[in-house]
Design a protein. Structure first.
Length: 177
């Protein structure tokens, strides 16, 4: 879809508002450009910079050097005045996408897993859960995996099982009821 720059900025603001959480640059471009083709990828990156410079979104550093964007008061206000410039059908599409994918986006931003080569030929897998609002690690665990394939598999599984692992450990170690 080809919209003017102002409408594209409003699309980004509306998407951020509908997702109801701070979003990483990669999440915003994934949502607006890759998955939905609402905005050209390169334009999306440039518009994020412009929105940040104009103080309509606020940028903070979070995990592993990633930046998260949040709507400012001015961003909410601007959107409330001009959201009608976004076609109604597109607003409905963005709202539906946000509702259906909010949990997946949250998981992709809060659950981190990566592996590195260990000196003994194995792989050290680091898995973290980040607190969403303060972007600090809430929980971290490291394990050794014997093969690259098992390390990759652990990273893939982490995003699905992280809440259950955290709950189990919390209940058994911290909760004294």
């Amino acid at each position: 879809m080809n919209y003017d720059a102002v409408t594209n900025k409003l699309i980004i603001l509306f998407c951020m508002e509908q997702m109801e959480m701070p979003l990483t640059e990669s999440s915003i471009t994934e949502i607006c450009s890759v998955r939905n083709n609402w905005i050209n990828y390169m334009d999306c990156l440039d518009l994020l910079y412009q929105l940040s410079e104009s103080k309509l979104i606020y940028k903070t550093e979070c995990k592993e050097g990633e930046m998260r964007y949040t709507l400012t008061f001015e961003g909410h206000e601007c959107l409330s005045y001009f959201y009608r410039r976004i076609p109604n059908a597109l607003r409905e599409e963005i709202a539906a996408y946000s509702k259906a994918n909010r949990l997946l986006v949250k998981q992709s931003q809060e659950y981190y897993a990566n592996y590195v080569d260990a000196e003994d030929g194995s792989y050290l897998v680091t898995m973290r859960i980040y607190e969403s609002l303060v972007n600090t690690p809430l929980f971290e665990i490291q394990i050794k995996a014997p093969t690259r394939q098992s390390a990759e598999e652990a990273c893939k599984k982490w995003k699905k099982i992280a809440p259950n692992v955290y709950e189990y450990i919390f209940e058994n170690l911290i909760n004294t009821d």
